[in-house]
Design a protein around this ligand. Structure first.
Ligand SMILES: *[C@@H]1O[C@H](CO)[C@@H](O)[C@H](O)[C@H]1NC(C)=O
Ligand SMILES: *[C@@H]1O[C@H](CO)[C@@H](O)[C@H](O)[C@H]1NC(C)=O
Ligand SMILES: *[C@@H]1O[C@H](CO)[C@@H](O)[C@H](O)[C@H]1NC(C)=O
Length: 352
């Protein structure tokens, strides 16, 4: 057995040498081979210190530090076991100790996954023009056409709904004007309370578009920068960079309709079940988790394409948890697996 093969691919060669040593030792322990890893607690300390430094983690007091360390260790062993199984062919993706590794699943779901369930009455106006399924391309990646702005990090604010909806609008604006202008999630966080959103405590993709329609536009990120917290509404026409007049909801649970829309329209806002640890600590590969229940969607993201990798269909999805998460901020979720994670439950896009 080659312990190096148990690790996810390392992008940065200077990455976490202590973590690699530790994982080597832990793997030996797991496989009951005592190769003199008596220094494993100091290796653990070193890995913890490296991880904290890499993610700029500072805690308020010793109690908090001890608690975070305990959560982190639990996640470390979870990730190691998962990646060991992945290398044995049991999983099609790896996990990693990203910036969420000192949080419990409950905390991530409470603080980051702020998507409110769309009300079905509001979704009655689902529209999609008839599409000729046989003429849909096999592969789409809107990043290559410049329709996708850089990945951002929503921080400890349940504003995923704002990032997701603006991602879809950015794509439509780029198609219309030729310019890709990142739009302001803070504008939506601060100003769409009246429309039924709750700032950092969560919101709806449809109501984000509802605000933009009512308001007559939305500011650019540059004009109205992101602050990771609720603030006073400071929208100004001077910073206006996009608008829309309608939004369209795709048929509930229909992956073919979603595929057709992504191919013909551009990036589409969707809701997914992002409750599982494997999602929080996803590092790369094809996310295919049989227990990712389609009924429990709690996080808004953006489908920017789809394709097939070694016979496995996937959705190419942009998240708003920074580039340290997943594949430079993106995740590939298994496609045509009975609507895995509910990705086709609430798919919405705006038109200008
Ligand atoms: C330590 O910090 C945590 C989180 O910041 C806080 O909830 C807790 O009250 C603090 N404990 C003490 C003893 O200051
Ligand atoms: C559907 O759209 C029509 C026309 O745009 C509007 O009058 C109606 O209120 C909408 N229905 C729902 C349930 O949103
Ligand atoms: C669908 O598209 C294919 C390929 O472009 C074409 O051959 C076929 O006739 C189309 N079917 C319909 C019903 O338009």
């Amino acid at each position: 057995m080659n312990p190096a093969s148990l690790l996810p691919p390392v992008r940065n060669p200077a990455d976490c040498s202590a973590t690699r040593m530790l994982i080597f030792c832990a793997v030996m322990l797991l496989t009951s081979l005592d190769l003199g890893c008596s220094s494993s607690s100091s290796a653990l300390n070193k890995a913890w210190a490296e991880w904290k430094m890499k993610h700029s983690k500072v805690y308020d007091n010793q109690t908090e530090t001890a608690y975070r360390r305990a959560v982190w260790e639990k996640n470390l062993f979870l990730v190691m076991r998962h990646n060991q199984e992945a290398s044995a062919g049991k999983h099609s993706f790896t996990m990693g100790l990203n910036h969420l590794a000192d949080m419990t699943a409950e905390e991530v779901n409470e603080k980051l996954n702020g998507l409110k369930l769309e009300e079905l009455t509001h979704l009655m106006n689902g529209t999609l023009k008839e599409v000729n399924i046989s003429s849909i391309p096999q592969t789409v990646d809107w990043r290559k056409n410049g329709l996708v702005s850089p990945v951002q990090n929503q921080g400890m604010c349940g504003s995923c709904w704002a990032f997701s909806s603006l991602g879809a609008l950015e794509g439509q604006m780029k198609k219309q004007t030729g310019a890709l202008v990142p739009l302001s999630p803070q504008n939506l966080v601060d100003c769409s309370i009246k429309d039924g959103n709750h700032g950092c405590r969560g919101g709806f993709i449809s109501k984000a578009f509802g605000y933009i329609i009512r308001n007559g536009g939305v500011d650019s990120e540059r004009f109205y920068p992101y602050e990771h917290q609720n603030g006073k509404c400071r929208y100004s026409d001077a910073g206006k960079a996009a608008y829309c007049s309608k939004f369209h909801i795709l048929p509930h649970g229909d992956e073919k309709a979603l595929q057709a829309a992504v191919a013909s329209v551009g990036p589409v806002s969707v809701a997914v079940n992002a409750m599982l640890r494997s999602f929080h600590l996803y590092r790369g590969g094809l996310y295919n988790v049989p227990n990712c229940n389609p009924r429990f969607t709690n996080h808004a993201v953006l489908v920017v394409g789809y394709g097939t990798d070694r016979g496995q269909d996937f959705w190419l999805v942009k998240n708003s948890w920074g580039t340290a998460w997943g594949e430079q901020g993106f995740i590939r979720i298994a496609r045509n697996k009975k609507n895995l994670c509910g990705i086709a439950n609430f798919a919405i896009y705006p038109t200008l």
